[in-house]
Design a protein around this ligand. Structure first.
Ligand SMILES: [Zn+2]
Length: 109
């Protein structure tokens, strides 16, 4: 099955991925910042690619059965957001976080 790997507009990443796949004998096609290949274990291949190229700040997301997205994880804290340590819920202020945490307290009773 033909899988599309969307590099989120990053054409450098797309060509790096293309070279990597070619080196590993995969048939690839590139269209702007997307790489298309016919393989079944794409998630595993992408994992090795990111590891081998020290792209550890990137992550792989499965969009649907034929599309994967590689994008850089941006810590939400960089944008002034806060995250609930219990469930990962994102809020924009200390007050909101306090209110949100109370919800966990009520659920736990
Ligand atoms: Zn929470």
């Amino acid at each position: 099955m033909m899988i599309t790997i969307d590099c989120a507009g990053d054409s450098d990443m797309a060509s790096e991925l293309q070279n990597y796949l070619k080196k590993h004998q995969y048939d690839v096609e590139t269209e702007e910042s997307s790489v298309m290949l016919d393989a079944s274990d794409v998630e595993k291949i992408l994992g090795s690619f990111l590891k081998d190229n020290n792209r550890t700040e990137y992550s792989i997301r499965k969009i649907d059965s034929k599309t994967f997205l590689i994008s850089k994880e941006v810590p939400i804290e960089d944008f002034g957001f806060l995250r609930c340590e219990m469930c990962g819920y994102v809020v924009s202020s200390e007050e909101e976080l306090l209110v949100h945490r109370r919800a966990h307290g009520i659920q736990l009773l």
